[in-house]
Design a protein around this ligand. Structure first.
Ligand SMILES: Cc1cc2nc3c(=O)[nH]c(=O)nc-3n(C[C@H](O)[C@H](O)[C@H](O)COP(=O)(O)OP(=O)(O)OC[C@H]3O[C@@H](n4cnc5c(N)ncnc54)[C@H](O)[C@@H]3O)c2cc1C
Length: 383
């Protein structure tokens, strides 16, 4: 791939930029009371009321057509919205998956009946989704999933397990990748996607507690769960292709480099008050990395909007982006530790402590660093 065609220079259109001051004003009113260490959760902070307030402004399902209750705006407008939400540390987890992934997936592969049913409540911030890809023993090796749906007349019977499912215990629906034919050794063949109503009988959901004491994800068991015929999303056996299209959306957005921005902001604020040339130089380097990542992410926003599926390039943004957001807490910790006698803002220290516990997950969620680098190497013709 040539770098310029992979990441064409792309500018956010003025029309999309007009949204920025409106979102900033809303956030100033609605989350300025939140402690920085809570804002540091950003897209893993769950607050259903906040999601509904955002939806009342038309900012959930922004790119969904108006006919389905969405904002009918383009992907650049969503970039502006999401960038502001992440930078401020807004608690967007409740609607995040539905907004980023499940809604667009249903729009692309769903039947008209599925769109009419699922999209309007997503846009009202009333219907929350989770992603059921990983299973015990099938994480990186996603093609080996064992959860199985068997056709039974006009319905399906689902049996198996999913794990590490972000906010399954707070979600209404899961879009899951499961096997509908063949064996795990058949790999990508015979996989399909289903939309699963998590209130159905036969489903057990157990939250898993993280080292940070947050319960952000869960383990699920499906015991002969009966799914209606119309729970199938897209085409039977085409799940792998559909999931890959979804992953390009999942890996190239600003959420892959903004996870520690609340801390970076606090550190920069502290520097305004103090003269420390060494720290300023480090901050300059970080800002330069951020600007490059942002330009790459905007370029892929344009390509996704044009109907392309830049999966390898998205993997590159995620790998570079998560390295950046992992570095921020380490760099701030080194700066604070270098002058231990200097008074440090307790909120900044609490935010730093939280992110130091969390930052290792940035390069795990959504596909690990090793797997992404393997994909990038293949894309460059090196493997
Ligand atoms: C915070 C968080 C949220 C998540 N949310 C979700 C979610 O909502 N839905 C969902 O489906 N999943 C979710 N996941 C799961 C995540 O996608 C998996 O953890 C990830 O894909 C790795 O799978 P695994 O845990 O089974 O590890 P494994 O696949 O067992 O990997 C273990 C280690 O071996 C390395 N490795 C594995 N295979 C190779 C290889 N071929 N070459 C080189 N190295 C290799 C990996 O890079 C990793 O370091 C989440 C994970 C986290 C941490």
């Amino acid at each position: 791939m040539s770098l310029l065609s992979a990441f064409p220079r792309t500018q956010i259109p003025d029309e999309a930029e007009k949204l920025r001051p409106q979102v900033k004003a809303f956030l100033e009113k609605s989350i300025s009371h939140m402690r920085p260490q809570d804002r540091a959760k950003t897209w893993t902070g769950f607050d259903a009321e906040f999601s509904r307030a955002l939806a009342s402004h038309g900012w959930v399902g922004l790119t969904i057509p108006e006919g389905y209750g969405g904002g009918g705006r383009d992907a650049f407008a969503r970039f502006v919205l999401v960038e502001e939400l992440l930078a401020a540390g807004a608690p967007i987890a409740a609607h995040w998956i539905a907004d980023r992934q499940s809604g667009p997936l249903l729009l692309r592969y769903g039947t008209e009946e599925q769109r009419q049913f699922y999209l309007p409540p997503i846009c009202r911030g009333e219907s929350f989704f989770c992603i059921g890809m990983s299973e015990p023993n099938s994480g990186s090796d996603l093609a080996s999933v064992r959860t199985r749906a068997i056709r039974d007349g006009h319905s399906w019977r689902l049996t198996g397990s999913k794990i590490w499912t972000t906010y399954a215990h707070q979600s209404d629906y899961m879009i899951a990748l499961v096997r509908t034919s063949g064996e795990p050794k058949d790999r990508q063949k015979g996989l399909s996607q289903f939309i699963i109503d998590l209130s159905l009988p036969g489903i057990t959901i157990r939250p898993i507690r993280l080292g940070t004491l947050d319960s952000d994800f869960s383990e699920l068991h499906f015991e002969d769960v009966r799914l209606p015929d119309n729970a199938l999303v897209g085409t039977d056996g085409e799940g792998w292709t559909q999931v890959n299209a979804e992953l390009a959306f999942e890996r190239s957005g600003p959420e892959r480099f903004y996870s520690a921005l609340v801390l970076l902001d606090m550190w920069a604020e502290r520097m305004r008050a103090e003269q420390c040339p060494q720290d300023r130089e480090i901050l300059g380097r970080l800002i330069a990395r951020l600007a490059s990542l942002r330009a790459m992410s905007i370029a892929l926003t344009g390509r996704l909007a044009a109907g392309e599926s830049p999966v390898i390039e998205a993997a590159l943004v995620k790998d570079l982006g998560t390295s950046f957001e992992q570095d921020i807490p380490e760099i701030v910790a080194a700066s604070v530790g270098a002058v231990p006698d200097r008074d440090a803002d307790p909120d900044m220290l609490a935010t730093l402590a939280y992110l130091l516990q969390l930052n290792h997950v940035f390069s795990l969620r959504g596909g690990t660093r090793e797997i992404l680098r393997g994909m990038i190497a293949r894309g460059l013709g090196l493997r």
